[in-house]
Design a protein around this ligand. Structure first.
Ligand SMILES: Nc1ncnc2c1ncn2[C@@H]1O[C@H](COP(=O)(O)OP(=O)(O)OP(=O)(O)O)[C@@H](O)[C@H]1O
Ligand SMILES: [Mg+2]
Length: 261
């Protein structure tokens, strides 16, 4: 970890993130991370020593064959599963050093998730579902729902704010889950197949939103995807196979940061 007084003006990109006048090496750093699932006598080693870094200001894609461990890795980074071994640091915080309660607070404040199952609450409207992270943080109800509604409108759902999840299509539910992930302006956003249920145009809008809202110099986005249309939005692509990151490449777009605003 490199620390020191930042000499970089706000908004300037650097190989290191800028956070409150300090340099941070990576938004996420995984070292030799393992995850074994145990059920009775069955043991499945799903993560087999993952080394993975995510830089601030970047969108990193995680790609690989079905079953190679992508969702498991995201869950471990997001603190939803405990790793069996190795070390994970998120936004400069060594996750080993947080107690259970502190870890929940850390996640609630700093992370946004979109998972393969949308996990919307069935009795809440679209706007209420998207407002959940703000309500959990104590934001007054009207302000929380108004902010969530504005985010849903950006995603083309202004006509569906009061619909229940059961009244929404898969793609609409996916966008509500995305609004919920972004509404509290988290610094790390992890998305598992965020465009899988979307048509081309909506998928494009979702990726543009993720890029403009989420990719800033003090933030980072990880997207698991099988959708090659999403590759155009990546700064970096990490290839996973059989429980390991086997290759990471900078996307061509990373050489043209001026194309992003
Ligand atoms: N709770 C669990 N208990 C036992 N095995 C599990 C558990 N969760 C996942 N696995 C196994 O771990 C492996 C990796 O699963 P994971 O969901 O991480 O794959 P994935 O790369 O996300 O695949 P996909 O692209 O199909 O979503 C699979 O073989 C899966 O069966
Ligand atoms: Mg998966």
């Amino acid at each position: 970890m490199i620390q020191g007084v930042a000499e970089i003006s706000p908004g300037e990109r650097s190989p290191f993130g800028v956070l409150h006048g300090r340099f941070e090496e990576s938004a996420v750093s995984c070292r030799r991370v393992t995850k074994e699932f145990v059920s009775g006598d069955n043991r499945t080693l799903v993560l087999r020593g993952v080394d993975f870094d995510v830089s601030f200001g970047e969108m990193t894609l995680l790609v690989g064959p079905s079953g190679c461990g992508k969702t498991t890795l995201l869950s471990v980074i997001a603190g939803l599963l405990d790793p069996t071994g190795g070390n994970i640091s998120v936004l400069g915080q060594n996750m080993d050093e947080l107690s259970g309660a502190d870890s929940i607070l850390f996640r609630r404040k700093n992370l946004g998730f979109v998972f393969q199952q949308y996990n919307l609450l069935p009795a809440l409207t679209a706007a209420e579902n998207a407002a959940v992270p703000l309500l959990a943080a104590g934001v007054p109800r009207k302000r929380a729902v108004d902010k969530a509604s504005a985010m849903l409108a950006e995603l083309g759902l202004e006509q569906r704010l009061y619909a229940l999840p059961s009244q929404l299509s898969g793609g609409q539910q996916q966008r509500v889950a995305l609004a919920r992930a972004l509404v509290h302006e988290p610094r790390l956003i992890v998305c598992d197949e965020p465009t899988s249920a979307l048509d081309h145009e909506t998928g494009h809008a979702v990726m543009e939103l993720l890029t403009t809202v989420a990719v800033r110099e003090d933030r980072a986005v990880i997207v698991v995807t099988h959708d090659s249309r999403v590759f155009d939005f990546a700064d970096r692509i990490a290839h996973m196979d059989d429980g390991r990151i086997v290759r990471t490449e900078a996307s061509e777009k990373a050489h043209f940061p001026a194309t992003r605003n």
